[in-house]
Design a protein around this ligand. Structure first.
Ligand code: SAM
Ligand code: SF4
Length: 386
């Protein structure tokens, strides 16, 4: 799917208008953000990577957050222009921006399009106002629908996110909501089951018993209903939480799951790339202002790049590939890591996993079944040799 030398560029914009009570992403609320200063830093960090990785071709740019739709179109354009001037880019480059559907942000869609964005991923989260309020969102359902309609007329492609298995949401509520959401979809949806993350207000409220979320058994029922409905609409999950009509998958995310190269620029952003025959992992400083200061002082905001060893690469290839409906090629894991698969994966345990119906193997390809996807986080440590 990706050729050697191709890479993605991830830009992390770490600011939000308000912090949602369920979210533990690296996102921060600031009264004022001087975008010119921040964009100077992004451009400087991109120049640093261009020095390091001059021979790459860029196939995708992804503005994630935080809330990158709080950026001005001019800021987005400066970053896209910088990428295009520093590397050759693919003719069919995908440029995605995560957008929150408030009126202010919708009004910038045309500006984002002019800046070069060709795909948006909209954080709709719920299709009713009560749940949007419960989730602490800044938009209502009418704004969400306006954002979707505007995205349809402005961008080549769009997707939106929903969070399901919410407190008080019954299975039939969710079925109805998803059927309704599908009327507004265009080939791609990201559907996440609500998780209660530590260090969030929801964690406190949940542990105080203020609300309940579905237990494992009910959570599984939500997952299966979701898969049934999405498969019936020809939008099966191509990854745990991502659904698309064939050909409409998010190319940028496929870079991560296929172990292709990407750089990550912005507070807390990660990168993975080959350089001089070695694979490196990078992680930018997580605190926005420290990141900015580091870039201003050193030209980049990353901690020291870590050279990945062969075991790391094999584990990561397996971990990423198992998220995909199309599974992971054992030969590719071996090719990328230079290690025999069976030296690091317990083949007896893998047999058990297959007999239990959680995975299947066709020739060289290992795939999780639906039941296996539900157990993804437990299965990997189980099959990896210590
Ligand atoms: C980077 S985040 C948010 C992007 C954008 N700022 C927004 O809020 O729409 C990407 C997605 O992760 C999902 N998400 C975040 N926290 C979650 C949680 N605790 N449980 C389930 N989904 C979550 C939401 O659907 C969100 O749109
Ligand atoms: S869900 Fe999105 S808008 Fe809400 S705090 Fe997280 S990144 Fe910001």
């Amino acid at each position: 799917m990706f050729r050697d030398g191709q890479m993605g560029v991830y830009i992390h914009w770490p600011f939000c208008a308000a912090k949602c009570p369920y979210c533990d992403f690296n996102s921060h609320v600031r009264e004022r953000v001087d975008q010119d200063i921040w964009i100077d830093a992004y451009v400087a960090a991109l120049e640093y990577y261009a020095d390091q990785l001059p021979d790459k071709q860029v196939v995708s740019i992804f503005f994630g957050g935080g809330t990158p739709s709080l950026m001005t179109p001019k800021s987005v354009e400066r970053i896209i222009d910088a990428v295009q001037s520093l590397w050759p880019v693919a003719n069919d480059i995908e440029i995605t921006l995560e957008a929150n559907p408030t009126s202010v942000e919708i009004d910038k869609f045309i500006g984002f399009r002019k800046a070069g964005v060709n795909r948006v991923s909209i954080g709709v989260q719920a299709f009713n106002d009560d749940d949007l309020k419960f989730l602490g969102r800044e938009h209502d359902i009418n704004q969400a629908l306006r954002a979707i309609d505007t995205a349809r007329s402005v961008f080549d492609r769009y997707s939106f996110d929903l969070i399901y298995a919410r407190p008080k949401q019954s299975l039939s509520d969710w079925e109805g909501e998803l059927q309704n959401a599908l009327k507004h979809a265009d080939g791609h949806l990201s559907l996440y089951q609500l998780t209660i993350e530590r260090n969030t207000p929801f964690f406190m409220r949940h542990s105080r018993g203020e609300f309940k979320i579905p237990d494992d058994v009910n959570g599984a029922a939500f997952y299966h209903v979701t898969q049934d409905i999405m498969e019936a609409h020809d939008m099966p999950a191509y990854e745990v939480s991502n659904h698309a009509v064939t050909g409409m998958e998010c190319r940028h995310n496929m870079i991560y799951w296929n172990m292709a190269d990407y750089i990550g620029v912005g507070a807390g952003a990660h990168g993975r790339y080959y350089k001089g025959g070695r694979k490196y992992a990078t992680r930018d400083h997580a605190a926005p202002e420290i990141w900015l200061k580091r870039v201003q002082e050193k030209g980049h905001g990353a901690h020291e790049a870590e050279s990945l060893n062969q075991e790391d690469i094999l584990q990561e290839a397996l971990m990423m590939g198992m998220r995909l409906r199309d599974g992971v090629s054992i030969e590719r894991c071996e090719h990328l890591s230079g290690l025999p698969f069976s030296d690091h994966v317990d083949m007896d345990r893998l047999d058990i996993v297959i007999k239990e119906g959680w995975a299947n193997r066709e020739g060289d390809v290992l795939r999780l079944t639906r039941e296996g996807m539900l157990r993804l986080n437990a299965l990997l440590p189980y099959i990896l040799k210590a």
